[in-house]
Design a protein around this ligand. Structure first.
Ligand code: NAD
Ligand code: UDP
Length: 343
């Protein structure tokens, strides 16, 4: 296994704390698929700290045990090591369905498996939701808009996706997952929620996941070349993970059932982003331009008016504030593995 076998310490993980005591009526049983990953583990923290019972289902393809270690002995927490592609029988009230590799190198590692995870995996989770009457939330993605011809992207844009390109196993997988959610809603009355998530960053991102934030921060901290794919004119809009977790929670607990963008509209070119990180880390790295990757979307920025209106949600953490926390996190990880030395 190329990715999962690496055990990376997560020094920023909170120490397991006492959680509120809810009555058995108030306490929900909540399953998070992919809950050992970057976003899922932060969501688990929030739900545990509310006093709920949390069950994580994860196959550890990109998840890390260190992300959830602090809950392992808590009586309200369970971990099931398993794959969403296999049917599972449980009793739960809510399902946050996150399981799916999210970074391009990870989802392209085994495209067929990525498709199975989004299709068979989502079908299994919908079957479970239907059987037990649970609410289910899918973490879809801004990638369903492909290389967008509309800017910024609103939920009513249908997208511009290459069905045969290197990104299609992920993009089309998520698109059909959305379709399945609505088919189960219409045919079986399943209560569904869909979050279309834009680029998110923060502590517990996998250091080797190849995404732009982890790459640029690690390269800067090690004074190695910062690798820009193409000219760096492509744009992305970056959201800090705590804002996303609040948005997912608001969506699940609200009544709005159609897709909602969750992202921070603060837009950067990749070149600007490289300079920002280089400056924030006081790095000596050179900036190196490499070949552009195939089908890389040229621009991406969410229109979040729907989330503001329906969920009363908007991001609170600025990109710079979030980057400062993320840089500190990766600094600790690299110090603990000896990949940088204290100055
Ligand atoms: P991640 O790779 O850190 O987490 C994904 C988790 O799912 C991992 O713990 C992994 O082991 C698990 N997983 C993968 N395949 C599985 C399978 N078949 N069965 C069980 N578990 C499986 O990624 P993340 O950034 O935390 O992303 C979480 C979700 O959010 C994903 O669905 C992703 O598509 C979506 N999303 C994330 C972003 C982002 O910028 N982070 C953007 C858009 C959408
Ligand atoms: N990127 C880059 N250098 C890197 C990693 C990524 O220039 O080392 C670019 C990539 O080509 C894309 C953007 O950064 O334009 C965001 O890439 P990422 O993989 O983080 O997420 P994506 O939005 O493409 O899914």
């Amino acid at each position: 296994q190329m990715f999962a076998s690496q055990s990376i310490p997560t020094p920023a993980a909170p120490v397991a704390m006492e959680t509120p005591k809810l009555s058995s009526k108030e306490r929900k049983k909540i399953m998070i698929t992919g809950g050992a990953g970057f976003v899922g583990s932060h969501l688990a923290d929030k739900l545990m700290m509310e006093g709920h019972e949390v069950i994580i289902l994860d196959n550890f393809f990109t998840g890390q045990k260190t992300n959830i270690d602090h809950w392992m002995s808590h009586p309200h927490f369970s971990l099931i090591v398993g794959d969403v592609v296999d049917p599972i029988h449980l009793e739960v009230d809510e399902i946050y369905h996150l399981a799916c590799p999210a970074s391009p190198p990870h989802y392209q590692f085994n495209p067929v498996k990525t498709i199975k995870t989004s299709t068979e995996g989502t079908m299994n989770m919908l079957g479970l939701a239907k059987r037990v009457g649970a609410k289910i939330l899918l973490t879809s993605t801004s990638e369903i808009y492909g290389d967008p011809q509309v800017h910024p992207q609103k939920e009513d844009y249908w997208g511009n996706v290459n069905p045969m390109g290197p990104r299609s196993c992920y993009d089309e997988g998520k698109r059909v997952a959305e379709t399945m959610m609505y088919a189960y809603k219409h045919s079986n009355n399943v209560d569904v929620r869909i979050a279309r998530i834009f680029n998110t960053f923060g502590p517990r991102m996998h250091p080797n996941d190849g995404r732009v934030v982890s790459n640029f921060v690690i390269q800067s901290l090690q004074n190695k070349p910062i690798t820009i794919y193409g000219e760096g004119e492509q744009t992305r809009s970056f959201q800090y993970v705590s804002d996303l977790v609040d948005g997912l929670h608001a969506l699940m607990n609200g009544k709005y059932g159609a897709p909602v963008n969750l992202g921070n509209p603060q837009e950067f070119t990749v070149a600007e982003f490289a300079t920002t990180i280089k400056e924030m880390t006081a790095s000596k790295s050179e900036i190196k331009k490499l070949e552009k990757t195939a089908d890389d979307p040229n621009k991406r920025k969410p229109d979040i008016s729907l989330a503001k209106q329906e969920l009363n949600w908007e991001p609170k953490v600025s990109v710079k504030e979030g980057l400062a926390k993320t840089i500190e996190y990766f600094r600790m990880v690299l110090l603990s593995t000896g990949e940088i030395i204290p100055t």
